[in-house]
Design a protein around this ligand. Structure first.
Ligand code: SF4
Ligand code: SF4
Length: 245
C-alpha cells in the first residue's frame, strides 16, 4: 500500500487501522513502511482517509510481492487457485470433495495471525523440519506447494525469503498411521517458529457422526488438547470424488 505524500494531510486517522503497525509519521505525513506492510488492504477498505491519499501500489501484483497480497488480503483472488483468501478450501469442503478420504487424515498448520503476521523465513523452518522427517505429502492443491524450491530439503524459493504475509497454511494429507510422526515433528519445530500457529487435524466422521477414536488417541497421547469443529454437508452439495471407497 502507498500513501500519496502530496495529498496526505497528516491527520493520523489511518494508522490504527493497520494491523501490523506499518503506517507511521514522517515529516508530518503518514507513510507506509514497505518492508512491514503485508498488503492486507485494511487501511484502504476502511475508507477512513478524508482526502483519499491511500492507494494500492501499482506493483502490488508483481512477483514475489504479490504473495503478500494473496496470503493477507481476504478479498484478493489467489492467482494459482482462483479462489479468495489464502488460496485453499482446506477442510471446509471435505465432506463433498473427499480430498481426505476414509483411512486418511489431513493436517493443516496455520502460521501467523493479524498483528503478528510472519516472514516466510519462519515458515521455512517448518517445511525444512517436515522434509528432514521424511514428510513430503503436502496437499497438491495447496498453493503453498508452489513456494517450495526443493521438496527434499523443504527450502523455499530464495526470492521469497524476504517476504512477509499475514498467515499461510501448510496442508498435509496422509494415511492415519502417519499422524503420530507428523504431530511429533511439528511439536519439535514449534519452539523455533517466531509467530503463532495452530494445528488442524481433520478426518471424515465415522458412522454415527463420531470422530475416529484412533485419531483422538494419537492427538491426546502426543499431549495436544483438541476442540471439535465440524462442517457438515446438509445435502446442498454432491460428492464428486470418492477415494478408497
Ligand atoms: S495494506 Fe495492511 S499492512 Fe499495509 S499499510 Fe495497509 S493496513 Fe497496514
Ligand atoms: S488518513 Fe489520509 S490524510 Fe490522514 S494521515 Fe492517513 S493518509 Fe494521511
Amino acid at each position: 500500500m502507498i500513501i500519496r505524500q502530496e495529498t496526505c494531510v497528516g491527520c493520523g486517522r489511518c494508522q490504527p487501522y493497520c494491523p501490523t503497525n506499518a503506517i507511521h509519521f514522517q515529516d508530518l505525513k503518514s507513510t507506509v513502511d514497505q518492508e512491514v506492510c503485508y498488503e492486507c488492504g485494511c487501511c484502504l477498505r476502511a475508507q477512513i482517509c478524508p482526502v483519499e491519499a491511500i492507494e494500492e501500489s501499482p506493483h502490488v501484483y508483481e512477483y514475489p510481492r504479490a504473495l503478500r497480497k494473496y496470503f493477507s488480503d481476504p478479498n484478493a483472488t489467489h492467482a494459482l487457485t482462483g479462489i479468495q483468501g489464502r488460496g485453499t478450501e482446506e477442510s471446509k469442503t471435505n465432506d463433498v470433495t473427499h480430498r481426505v478420504g476414509p483411512g486418511e487424515v489431513g493436517v493443516a498448520i496455520e502460521v501467523g495471525r493479524p498483528n503478528i503476521g510472519m516472514d516466510l523465513k519462519n515458515i521455512q523452518k517448518i517445511t525444512r523440519a517436515l522434509a528432514r522427517a521424511g514428510i513430503h505429502e503436502i496437499e497438491p492443491n495447496n498453493p503453498f506447494l508452489d513456494m517450495i524450491q526443493d521438496p527434499l530439503t523443504g527450502d523455499l524459493k530464495p526470492e521469497l525469503i524476504g517476504e512477509r504475509v499475514l498467515s499461510a497454511i501448510i496442508e498435509i494429507q496422509v494415511k492415519r498411521d502417519r499422524l503420530r510422526h507428523i504431530l511429533r515433528t511439528i511439536k519439535g519445530v514449534a519452539r523455533e517458529v517466531d509467530s503463532v500457529f495452530c494445528l488442524d487435524v481433520y478426518t471424515m466422521l465415522e458412522p454415527g457422526l463420531t470422530v475416529p477414536p484412533e485419531v483422538l488417541e494419537v492427538i491426546e497421547s502426543e499431549g495436544f488438547s483438541w476442540r471439535p469443529n465440524a462442517k457438515i454437508n446438509m445435502g446442498l452439495g454432491r460428492a464428486w470424488e470418492r477415494k478408497n471407497s
